[in-house]
Design a protein around this ligand. Structure first.
Ligand code: ADP
Length: 670
C-alpha cells in the first residue's frame, strides 16, 4: 500500500500588501483634515458674513443718520420764516418747534440768529445772557464756533455744520446752521443744537445697539460719546468711518459684540476629536486582533496539514460515527481497505455497504453493542466485505468521541485489516495439524513392528493358556475348577492387555481436534510408557518412571501431551545409541513447581552440542539419518498451545534432560 509521504504541505503565501494596514490611519487623517478644513472654512465664512453684515449695518446707520440730519435741516428751513416773523411766535410754530425737539431727533435746542448774527430767539430759551464758554472739540469755544458757522452759512447760503463742543453738563454738542431766506432777502440763520449722545444713541434702533457698540471719536481719536452695554467686544470686527455731517474730524466707531461662545460647534468638534481617538484605538485593537487571528490561523493550518499528512500515511482505518451510527468521517486507509470512496460513505447509516451480507444480523447486533458500550479493549473481530466482494476480516477498536463541550458525541473507531494474518494463521494451523498427523503416522509406523511383537506376547500367552486348557479338558484326569478359573482369568488379562495396546495405538493415530479436559499427568505418562515399553525393551533401554503423588490436574489434551512424552522418550533412546548397555536408562519423573506441573525425561546419551542447541526447535533440523526433524518443533508448539513450555539442559553426570511444564489453571482460550 502506498502511504502518502508525511510532510507538511507548504502554506500559500499571503500577498504582501503592507501599505494596506496603514490605509485606515491615512483615511482617518484625511478625514480629520477634511473636518478641520470644513470647520475652518465655516468659521471663515461666518466671519466674512459677520463682516459683511457689519458693513451693511454701518452703511445703513450712516444713511439713517444722514437722512435724519437732512430731514431736520429741511424742518428747520421750513420753520425758519415763522421764527423770524415780526410778532411773537405763533402757537402752532411753537408746537412744531416742540415737536422737532421732542421727537428724539437729537435736537436739544433751536436758536435763530438775525442776519447780523445777534440772537433773535431760542427754544428752550437760554438761561443768562450768554452761554457759558465751552470748548469745542477743535479747540474753538462755542461762541467762536457759532460765529464761524453763522458766517459760513450766511455766505454760502446752505446749511453748515459746526465743530462739536462741550455744552453744559459736559454734554458733547454740535450745531447746524440753516440760513433762512425770504424773497432773496436773508432773514437770518436758524441754529439747531444737537446732542451727540442723543443723536447717536437714541436714534439707533434697539437691534443695532444689541449687536454693536457705537462710539463717536473726535479728531484726536478720543471717545466723546458712546453707546454700549456691558459685554465684551470682538477685537476683529470693528469699523471706523468719518461722521460727516457734522464732519470736523468726528469719527464713528462701530464694534461688534463678541457673540456667545458657541457650545454646539465646540461640542461637535470635541466629539469628532474624541471619536477620532476612539477610531484610532479601535483600529489598533482590531489590527492586533487580526494579527493574533492570522497567527492562530497559520498555526491551525500547519497543524491540520500535519494531521492530514499523518492521517494519510496511516495504515489503520479510522472512521467516526455520531450517536445515531451515521458515518461522519473516514480516513484514506479506511477507504482503501473497504474500496469505497469517502463521498460514498459519509452520512450513511447502518447497515453499511461494507458489512458482510451473510452475517448482517450478527454485524448489526455487534454494532448495537458497540454503540451502547464501546468495543472490547482488546478489539472486536468482525467480518466485513470489500466493495469488490472480497471478504475482509477486521479488528475494530472503538473509543468515545468527546466534543469541545465535553459531551459524548459519537464513536471513533480504528479498523485493522487482519485478513492476511487470519489466513496465515489458519494456514499455519492446518499445516501444523498435517505435520502432527504425519508425525504421528511416522511414529506409528515405527511402532508398528514393535507393536506386532508386543501383541504377539499376549496373543501367544492366550494361545498357550487356551491349548493348556484344552489339553486338560481332553485328559481323563479330573479338572480342578479353581485351576481352570485361573487359566481363564489369565487368558482374559492377556486379551485385555492386547486390547489396551490396540486402543492406545488407535487413540494416538486418530486425528482429532485438541480436547482440553482436566488431565492427570501421571496417567498420561503411564500411557506413554505403555506405548513405548516394547520398543525400549527391544533397544535394551531401561525405563525408570518416578511419579509424584497427588499432582493437580491440568487442562490439556491427553493425546497431545502423550505424544510429547513419547517423542521425548524416543529421542532419549535414540541419543543412547552408543551408550554402554548397562547405562542405557531413561528417567521419567513428574513433579510440581508453583503453578506448573512438569514431566522431565533424562537420558545418558550424547548430549546436545551448542550448535545443535541453537537449532533444536527449528523445523526439519535433525542429526539422524532417517530423522524428519519435526518432533521437537511440534512438541514445543503443543506446549505453547497449552501455555506451557518445553526446555532442555545438560544432565549432571552426562546426557540431556528435557522438561515439559504445563500451567495448572489455564484460563486462556484458543
Ligand atoms: P528427529 O528425532 O526426527 O531428528 P527431533 O525434532 O525430535 O527430530 O529432534 C531433532 C534433533 O534434536 C535430533 O536429530 C537430535 O540431534 C537432537 N535431539 C533430540 N533429543 C535429543 C536428546 N535427548 N539427546 C541428544 N540430542 C537430541
Amino acid at each position: 500500500m502506498n502511504a502518502p509521504v508525511s510532510h507538511l504541505s507548504p502554506l500559500p503565501h499571503l500577498p504582501r500588501r503592507q501599505w494596506l494596514q496603514y490605509l485606515p490611519y491615512l483615511s482617518l487623517a484625511l478625514f480629520l483634515a477634511a473636518i478641520a478644513a470644513l470647520v475652518w472654512l465655516t468659521r471663515a465664512y461666518d466671519a466674512d458674513e459677520q463682516r459683511t453684515t457689519l458693513i451693511n449695518d454701518v452703511l445703513w446707520m450712516e444713511q439713517n443718520l444722514r437722512f435724519h440730519l437732512d430731514r431736520n435741516e429741511i424742518h428747520l428751513q421750513e420753520i425758519g420764516p415763522e421764527l423770524f416773523g415780526p410778532q411773537a411766535l405763533e402757537p402752532q410754530t411753537e408746537a412744531r418747534v416742540a415737536a422737532l425737539l421732542g421727537q428724539e431727533r437729537g435736537l436739544i435746542r433751536i436758536l435763530w440768529l438775525s442776519p447780523e448774527g445777534t440772537l433773535a430767539g431760542a427754544i428752550p430759551p437760554l438761561t443768562g445772557d450768554r452761554p457759558p464758554p465751552a470748548r469745542s472739540g477743535n479747540g474753538e469755544n462755542q461762541t467762536d464756533a457759532r460765529e464761524t458757522g453763522f458766517r459760513l452759512a450766511s455766505s454760502i447760503g446752505r446749511a453748515v455744520y459746526g465743530a462739536h463742543y462741550i455744552g453744559p453738563g459736559g454734554l458733547p454738542l454740535f450745531d447746524v446752521y440753516v440760513p433762512v431766506w425770504s424773497d432773496d432777502e436773508p432773514l437770518g440763520v436758524v441754529v439747531g443744537v444737537y446732542s451727540l449722545p442723543d443723536l447717536v444713541m437714541r436714534e439707533l434702533p434697539w437691534w443695532f445697539s444689541e449687536r454693536y457698540r457705537v462710539a463717536v471719536l473726535d479728531a484726536d481719536e478720543r471717545e466723546i460719546a458712546s453707546k454700549s452695554k456691558v459685554a465684551p467686544v470682538s477685537s476683529s470686527l470693528a469699523y471706523t468711518m468719518p461722521f460727516d455731517p457734522p464732519g470736523h474730524g468726528l469719527m464713528l466707531q462701530i464694534t461688534a459684540y463678541r457673540s456667545d461662545t458657541r457650545w454646539i460647534p465646540m461640542l461637535l468638534g470635541a466629539s469628532i476629536v474624541l471619536l477620532a481617538i476612539i477610531i484610532v484605538w479601535s483600529v489598533t485593537q482590531l489590527r492586533r486582533q487580526l494579527a493574533r487571528r492570522q497567527e492562530a490561523e497559520l498555526a491551525l493550518r500547519s497543524e491540520s496539514a500535519f494531521r492530514k499528512a499523518m492521517e494519510d500515511s496511516m495504515l489503520t482505518g479510522m472512521r467516526a460515527r455520531d450517536l445515531d451510527g451515521r458515518l461522519t468521517y473516514v480516513n484514506s486507509a479506511f477507504c482503501r481497505m473497504t474500496g469505497f470512496e469517502r463521498e460514498e460513505l459519509i452520512g450513511l447509516r447502518p447497515p453499511m455497504p461494507y458489512w458482510d451480507p451473510e452475517n448482517l444480523e450478527q454485524t448489526l447486533e455487534l454494532h448495537r453493542q458497540i454503540m451502547a458500550a464501546g468495543s472490547d479493549p482488546e478489539g472486536t473481530e468482525v467480518r466485513l466485505r470489500r466493495k469488490n466482494g472480497e471478504a475482509l476480516d477486521a479488528l475494530v477498536f472503538e473509543a468515545p468521541l468527546i466534543d469541545a463541550a465535553g459531551r459524548h458525541s459519537g464513536w471513533m473507531g480504528s479498523v485493522l485489516d487482519i485478513t492476511e494474518q487470519k489466513r496465515a494463521r489458519e494456514q499455519a494451523r492446518q499445516q501444523e495439524e498435517r505435520l502432527q498427523q504425519s508425525s504421528r503416522l511416522i511414529t506409528m509406523g515405527e511402532m508398528a513392528s514393535t507393536l506386532a511383537h508386543e501383541l504377539n506376547q499376549p496373543l501367544a500367552a492366550i494361545a498357550s493358556y487356551s491349548s493348556g486348557c484344552v489339553n486338560r479338558l481332553e485328559s481323563a484326569q479330573p479338572i480342578d475348577r479353581g485351576e481352570l478359573l485361573d487359566i481363564q482369568e489369565r487368558i482374559g488379562r492377556q486379551a485385555r492387555r492386547a486390547g489396551e495396546i490396540i486402543r492406545r495405538v488407535h487413540d494416538f493415530v486418530r486425528r482429532s481436534e485438541p480436547k482440553r479436559v482436566p488431565l492427570d499427568l501421571n496417567g498420561v505418562v503411564r500411557d506413554a510408557v505403555g506405548l513405548i515399553e516394547a520398543d525400549a525393551r527391544k533397544r535394551h533401554v531401561q525405563l525408570r518412571v518416578q511419579l509424584a503423588p497427588a499432582l493437580p490436574s491440568v487442562p490439556a489434551d491427553a493425546v497431545m501431551i502423550e505424544q510429547i512424552v513419547v517423542n521425548l522418550v524416543r529421542n532419549a533412546m535414540d541419543a543412547m545409541h552408543d551408550t554402554p548397555l548397562a547405562a542405557r536408562s531413561v528417567d521419567i519423573c513428574t513433579g510440581q513447581e508453583g503453578r506448573f506441573v512438569n514431566v522431565a525425561v533424562g537420558d545418558r546419551g550424547t548430549g546436545i552440542s551448542e550448535e545443535a542447541a541453537a537449532r533444536l526447535f527449528e523445523p526439519f533440523f535433525s542429526t539422524k539419518q532417517e530423522g524428519m526433524g519435526m518432533g521437537l518443533n511440534i512438541c514445543r508448539s503443543i506446549a505453547e498451545l497449552h501455555h506451557g513450555r518445553l526446555a532442555f539442559g545438560a544432565r549432571p553426570g552426562g546426557g540431556t534432560i528435557f522438561t515439559l511444564s504445563l500451567p495448572v489453571e489455564n484460563d486462556a482460550h484458543d
